[in-house]
Design a protein around this ligand. Structure first.
Ligand code: DAT
Length: 174
């Protein structure tokens, strides 16, 4: 069945601007923004705290069960730094945000990341881990990489996606 409104996944290394961009896009399109990290905390969709990686161990099955009905209805923007465990059929567009290393380093330091948490995330960006993961998990035709170094980048990316969302809605309403 064709969805009346598209579902969009916004992914990328922590600090690349997923939440900032997803909320701006949600405001511009009236789509619903779901921040997976917040949802996991709010609904306890995890298996405890990982001391080594300093984050919750998310329970991917619980997250998918929680989202299934909403995703089926369409019109959802999902924001998460991983993308390989969601069902492929959920998404019509997969956006991978990318940030230059020195800029990302400053953003993550400001967020209080240090040591291996900081270096692991910088390495994740250098090796384009999320872009590879997205290309392996979804058809290449729906995966787009977008630069996210500046506020101008966000403005332009949101404007491009607004056009894409409205052409989608137009197409399915005919
Ligand atoms: P993420 O959700 O990917 O972890 P975020 O949206 O929380 O990232 O952004 C992290 C910080 O960096 C936040 O203070 C806003 C800032 N930021 C994000 N993207 C930016 C951009 N393209 N230009 C300038 N600042 C940006």
């Amino acid at each position: 069945m064709v969805r009346g409104r598209p579902n969009i996944l916004i992914t990328g290394t922590p600090g690349t601007g997923k939440t900032t961009m997803a909320s701006a896009l949600a405001e511009a399109t009236q789509l619903r923004h779901v921040n997976i990290g917040d949802l996991v905390k709010e609904k306890n969709l995890h298996d405890g705290w990982d001391e080594e990686f300093d984050c919750h161990v998310i329970n991917e099955d619980l997250v998918c069960d929680e989202l299934e009905d909403m995703m089926e209805g369409g019109g959802v923007i999902v924001d998460y730094h991983g993308c390989d465990f969601f069902p492929e059929r959920w998404f019509d567009r997969v956006v991978v945000l990318q940030t230059d290393n020195s800029i990302l380093y400053d953003r993550l330091s400001k967020r209080g990341y240090t040591g291996s948490k900081l270096s692991n995330n910088i390495e994740c960006e250098i090796f384009q881990v999320l872009l590879e993961e997205a290309k392996e998990s979804y058809p290449e035709s729906i995966v787009v990489a977008m630069k996210s170094n500046s506020i101008d980048d966000i403005t332009r990316n949101v404007a491009d996606l607004v056009v894409w969302v409205s052409s989608w809605s137009h197409r399915t309403s005919q």
